[in-house]
Design a protein. Structure first.
Length: 226
């Protein structure tokens, strides 16, 4: 006797949450995401169908495989994944679960999804992100992106949050998460920071003057002046 799992027929598609890295095509014409686990090598768009990452011909998700898109029920559970070092530059995605899905205790494994909203974290300096910039890694044909404020771009390949949403298409919203409390933009130092910089420069100037005075006392030949 074969055990049959109960079937659900919701009146509207379920909502889930996950994390993923934003990516930009090498020619700057397309934007999407890449996962943080098994499917990380395969960038996907806002509206995408899952396939078996092992190359098997069954439809995803298959009960005897772990293929398919994955998400969790609770936004807080997805945000907790951003605490790990390798995921801190990832975006938090709110997705609509489409097509066939398997429900488990924490979330869904499913066949099709639409990314509705992507929330990006702060720049490494702590300021709220104004853009997504080249992060130092990528996939063939794709730049991996990370949040950046305007002052930290430093000429890197980048795209504004609105520009990323436009390139990704299909109604995606991209929003910037809150800045780190007390963060100071590198391009906008306040009075305390400028005062500290001035004190440092004065200390270095005093050191140079001391060295010049010592050289003057020793004379051009290296010995003391007579």
């Amino acid at each position: 006797m074969r055990l049959r799992l109960p079937e659900e027929r919701p009146t509207e598609p379920p909502t889930g949450y996950k994390i993923a890295h934003p990516v930009l095509s090498h020619d700057g014409t397309r934007a999407g995401f890449t996962g943080v686990s098994l499917g990380g090598a395969l960038p996907y768009g806002v509206l995408a169908d899952a396939s078996c990452v092992y190359g098997l011909r069954h439809r995803a998700p298959h009960r005897r495989c772990d293929c398919g898109f994955h998400c969790v029920h609770d936004r807080t559970a997805a945000e907790a994944l951003l605490c790990t070092a390798e995921h801190r530059t990832a975006a938090l995605l709110e997705v609509t679960v489409l097509g066939r899905y398997l429900r488990f205790e924490l979330g869904f494994r499913y066949a099709r999804q639409r990314v509705r909203t992507a929330t990006v974290g702060p720049c490494p300096c702590g300021a709220a992100a104004a853009a997504l910039a080249e992060a130092g890694w990528g996939r063939p044909g794709w730049w991996g992106l990370a949040p950046s404020c305007a002052g930290c771009l430093r000429g890197r390949t980048s795209v504004s949050l609105a520009g990323f949403a436009r390139l990704a298409g299909d109604g995606l919203r991209v929003v910037a998460g809150a800045a780190v409390p007390g963060a100071v933009r590198p391009a906008g130092l306040g009075v305390p920071e400028l005062t500290a910089e001035a004190a440092l420069l004065q200390a270095r100037l005093d050191w140079f003057q001391t060295q010049l005075a010592r050289l003057g006392r020793r004379g051009p030949g290296g010995g003391p002046q007579g």
